[in-house]
Ligand binder design. Structure first.
Ligand code: ADP
Ligand code: MG
Length: 399
């Protein structure tokens, strides 16, 4: 689960991470009120969406305006808020469709001397929590890593020993910090690490972490993601969920307890077992098309759940064809076949459907599909299934 910048800053502040004073606004007049209540000086109005790159982003139909605006008075804050609210912001991370801005964060402007990059994440290859930092903050870290990899520093944290203050000080020195800034950075890093561990986060990214002209260290941006599997331990975080920012296909799937991830391709996939689902996605790509989703219907799914899964697949306008790939073990092929037939009838399926069934009750499953009268293309194995669905989708595209 991802949260907004303003929510991440509140959480991090409660762990002792220094952030500028600010507040969230839902309307232009509220933005003006918050700006007048802030300490004297310039104010920054920031669009709140679950995507970065806002500063360089542009609003649809209003290209003069970006998602981060520095203003000098409450009246200007109000008018910047008018420019942003209820408009669609397109950034490098939103894709061309952009995101509708419903909330703003209004905070005090900092006088920046240096912008650093700092993040804490899970390094799955090393099976450790890793800390990544760079002197080149403010920009995309991927670009820095590609052009000047030696300027991206990283270290991992031993799970039993935790973060040592010496590691934080070493990193501060490697980032070129001096004197009192070293202690400030070490304190910041320990607070951020505490927040990461205690909140079961999967990512904390502060870009930029700035040194102000006055020598203070402040988190100017904050992105946090949490491990969905640990959210049951944090009801206070679950309350921060912003349904508007989530993929509607994934929300619907979550209501049925389905393991579903929306993707950009055109082939809807219904598979049992996460490994088989990954292999199915790979083989679709090998044949030159892309999957519209990851979906593992699992072993013990009920007929209702499988039918719901199939409906979600078919309701996705990206989907031009569906590949069902079931290796029946605990999940029986006849249950899948019945669900496929029920959902196809409900929706009056007019897209190509390839079904590959193998394993428990496979003959019953095939019989159900054959007798259904539906136009199902049967496949013998995974490769055959991928080839057939790609050919069918391309054939249909060409009319
Ligand atoms: P994004 O990463 O989505 O573009 P940021 O919060 O990182 O959004 O803001 C973009 C840039 O705007 C920052 O790199 C920083 O230079 C500037 N900025 C953001 N917040 C402030 C602030 N409170 N004071 C001064 N500058 C800011
Ligand atoms: Mg940023």
């Amino acid at each position: 689960m991802n949260i907004h910048e303003y929510q991440a800053k509140r959480l991090l502040k409660s762990f002792g991470v220094p952030v500028p004073p600010g507040n969230v606004a839902h309307s232009a007049s509220e933005a003006g009120d918050i700006a007048s209540a802030l300490p004297e000086g310039r104010v920054v109005v920031k669009a709140q969406i679950h995507a970065g790159g806002r500063g360089a982003g542009r609003f649809v139909g209003h290209p003069a305006c970006g998602g981060v605006s520095v203003v000098t008075s409450a009246t200007e804050a109000e008018s910047a808020a008018c420019d942003m609210l209820d408009r669609v912001l397109v950034t490098r991370q939103t894709g061309p469709e952009g995101r509708l801005v419903r909330k703003l964060y209004v905070e005090a402007c900092c006088a920046i001397a240096r912008e650093l990059y700092f993040s804490i994440l899970i390094d799955r290859t090393r099976q450790r929590v890793a800390i990544v930092a760079s002197q080149d903050g403010g920009m995309e870290i991927e670009e820095v890593a590609a052009r000047t990899p030696d300027r991206v520093l990283s270290l991992d944290i031993h799970p039993a020993q935790g973060l040592g203050a010496y590691q934080a000080r070493d990193l501060a020195v490697a980032l070129g910090l001096k004197n009192r800034q070293i202690g400030k950075f070490a304190a910041f890093m320990c607070s951020a690490f505490d927040a990461f561990v205690q909140l079961d986060a999967s990512l904390i990214e502060i870009n930029p972490l700035v040194i102000t002209t006055g020598g203070d260290l402040i988190a100017l941006d904050a992105k946090m993601s949490f491990d969905d599997n640990a959210l049951f331990r944090h009801p206070e975080l679950e309350e921060l969920r912003e349904e508007n920012e989530e993929d509607p296909r994934e929300q619907e799937a979550a209501r049925f307890g389905l393991s579903y991830i929306g993707l950009d391709g055109t082939i809807g996939c219904m598979v049992n077992g996460a490994g088989l689902a990954m292999a199915t996605m790979d083989i679709i790509r090998d044949h030159g098309e892309a999957p519209a989703n990851f979906l593992d219907v699992g072993g013990g799914a009920s007929r209702e759940r499988v039918t719901a899964a199939f409906r979600i697949l078919l309701a996705d306008p990206r989907v031009e064809g569906v590949l069902v790939n079931i290796f029946g073990g605990i999940m029986k092929c006849d249950i899948i076949a019945e669900a496929v037939v029920a959902a196809c009838r409900d929706i009056a399926l007019n897209k190509p459907l390839v079904v590959r069934l193998a394993g428990t009750n496979v003959d019953d499953g095939r019989k159900i599909l054959e007798e259904s009268g539906l136009n199902v293309i049967a496949a013998d194995d995974l490769d055959d299934a991928a080839r057939k669905i790609v050919a069918a989708v391309r054939g249909k595209r060409q009319g």
